[in-house]
Design a protein around this ligand. Structure first.
Ligand SMILES: [Zn+2]
Length: 104
């Protein structure tokens, strides 16, 4: 059944293309491809955001160790009191390195 629809679509596209010009065949195909690409790009952003929220729920809170981040480029150190995501913060255009200190 699927191949029959494809054959009918190709025949109709051929008839329209030869009768009215091929821009009437390729412009809708291009528009459809751009629409699919745009929706897929937006969907990636949404799934990324959901992934970040799930990671932050899994992060441990209130342990007796603290996590410092330091920048390899300039030496800046950051102590995060509340950690939103498990991803390291950025400094000097790159991800900071993680160092865990165990409190006495
Ligand atoms: Zn830096």
């Amino acid at each position: 059944m699927r191949w029959l629809i494809l054959i009918v679509a190709l025949v109709v596209a051929g008839l329209v293309g030869t009768a009215f010009g091929w821009q009437w065949v390729f412009a809708p195909l291009l528009a459809y491809a751009l629409l699919k690409w745009s929706i897929a790009s937006l969907r990636v952003l949404v799934t990324d955001a959901k992934h970040d929220v799930e990671e932050s729920k899994a992060a441990p809170v209130g342990t007796d160790e603290r996590i410092l981040f330091w920048c390899e480029e300039c030496g800046t150190e950051v102590l995060l009191l509340v950690r939103g995501t498990s991803r390291a913060p950025s400094h000097c255009g790159q991800r900071m390195n993680e160092r865990t200190e165990i409190l006495n």
